[in-house]
Write a protein that binds this ligand. Sequence first.
Ligand code: UD1
Ligand code: CA
Length: 460
Amino acid sequence: MGRVGALVLAAGKGTRMKGSLSKVMLPVLGEPMLYYPLRALSEAGIKDIAVVVGWGGEAVESYLASRWPDVAVLWQREQLGTGHALMVAEPWWASLDELLVLPGDVPLVGADVLEALSRRHMDEMTEATFLTMTLDDPSGYGRVIQVDGRVRIVEDKDASQAERSIQEVNSGIYAFNAASLADLIHRLDNDNAQKEYYLTDVVRLLSADGKRVAVLNWPDPEELMGVNDPVQLAQAAVMLRDRLLYRWMKEFGLKCLDPNSVWIGPEVSFEEDVWIDPWVELWGKSSIGGGSRIASFTVIRNSKLGSGVQVRGHVVMEDSVVGDGAAIGPFAHLRNGAEVGEGAHVGKFVEIKNSTIAHGSKVPHLSYIGDAVIGEETNIGAGTITCNFDGRRKHQTRIGDRCFVGSDTMLVAPVSLGDDSYTGAGSVITRDVPEGALAIARARQRNLKGWAKKKKEEER
Ligand code: UD1
Ligand code: CA
């Protein structure tokens, strides 16, 4: 079948978004819109991929460099239309046999659609095959006109009253024979309402020349939906969310009391039998172990939860790891490489930053643990704080196994507590505590007998 490549068109301004960011960089479930067609292409096994960038292209280019390093970037400095984008990109695609073209603004497109398009194109050996959909409201889209075996696409702005009532529209996704495309791409003109070089005119030219052009009408228009304005952006995110959620429910037994208030990004993964309460957001490359439960008002980003983890609600977690059977929250914040071991407990109003808490240890209430290493089976009393910052630099706190840190202990880093050591409540610990010792660092209590009575007499 020769060499197949794909060109994603993403140079347009996206005027209807009224924003400063390139439209394809707008987030849909936490990933730029452009992520979705690229993922569909790679799932369909297509390796030669290029993106045409232009308006706001620097941001697109740096996203591609960091997340899709194998994807080529082609600049279209002036955006003179979709046909012009193909002309500019010709040196890249000229050596291919078959070329898929799709816009960057179709976040619901799946590999199945692209595979079906390719298959139809190959099976019927057409010069061009393109995907269409039939819409109740076709406004804005190019209409597909088929008369006497000839096919052409008329843009909304160029269409007559009669043509506007046609409900079959162009999705903007095509498969071309590259040689045939090269033969006529330079015949395009911009003699139309938008003064643009339309890629859609290629279809008319091929068909008029008697070449084979196939139209593949896709039964599920949602999958081909183009996102042009903020309303469609919100609608696309909801549709995509529902699709992802229902797949996890069916295949992995994910359970949600209210799927409408749960938001899950496309890179999140689950093991079986996870429960999610209303108003939960899971983003980035997060993974949730089997049998875990995530209670309401929790936001988890780029974090890994083991199996049987209890997230008790109102938890914010970023770049963190939680071991099997651990319990977190309510009202906890884990960030910057927090690692909570198996069966450990991080409780109410606790912040854990860049710290490791080994298995079975507990930080149950009102603590800040930053730049610390805590051993196994250690208990951190309520109100304990690691004073990790001296105003200039961050320092480490080390706490051993089976320690008992009394409530309201201030651990002034760098400092370490040996295994089996204790601190008295309210201590300010500035020196290392040896293994097995009790450290008390607070003023000794004095009780002044009869003091209150004496004070009252003085005031009289
Ligand atoms: C286009 C099609 C229309 C189709 C619709 C589907 C044309 C002329 N029309 O219209 O038939 O129904 O898509 O959504 O092709 N782009 C560039 N360079 C340019 C202009 C656009 O790269 O100079 C990119 C845009 O970034 C976008 C894609 O091409 O990703 C489509 O452009 P857009 O302006 O959205 O075209 P539509 O008017 O939606
Ligand atoms: Ca569009």
